[in-house]
Design a binder for this molecule. Sequence first.
Ligand code: GAR
Length: 197
Amino acid sequence: MASKKINLAVLISGSGSNLQALIDACARDDFPARIAVVLSNKGDAFGLTRAQKAGIPTEVISHKDHDGREPFEAAIIKALTPYAPDLICLAGFMRILTPHFINHWGAQRMINIHPSLLPDYKGLNTHQRAIDDDKDTAGCTVHFVAPEVDSGEIITQKQVPIHPDDTAETLAKRVLVQEHIAYPEAVERVAKTLLPQ
Ligand code: GAR
């Protein structure tokens, strides 16, 4: 890696607000990463529009066009490889990935953002589950991806209070503000470990 920036591949399935936070961070000269490609498994993901506006190449690989996880993931690997990603960033990518796919990129070369304070509330509906459990704190986690879903070494976490009148929607909005701070912070930290000193 000769440059002072690593190449990111950002994988999305939807709105891409975390992708936007990464696009904005990567616009800084001193940020140690650039987004080489954005890949979505959904052709109508708004995040694709965000990427195109920023002049970033996009790829769409739909799981619906592939007969099972392995062929789907093989197609993703084929699409991403020409962009030589140093780090794969899952940003609201809502497909479970096989150990083969995770290991393909090398040790600690894939990170994910999850809307809970892991190890609490792995999986879906994190905010409603935290409210139902009468928790007073929620948050988000950026972690390295390991074969077991929503596990792997934690890079950073941010906390927010849960208010008595919160719904899953109001809490999600408060957490999302912190996600947009946490993800660039985590990418910066990991990128610095990958760049030559
Ligand atoms: C984010 O809240 C992210 O933490 C969550 O999906 C949302 C994507 O929003 N990810 C997961 O639930 C992964 N298990 P975005 O498309 O606006 O970034």
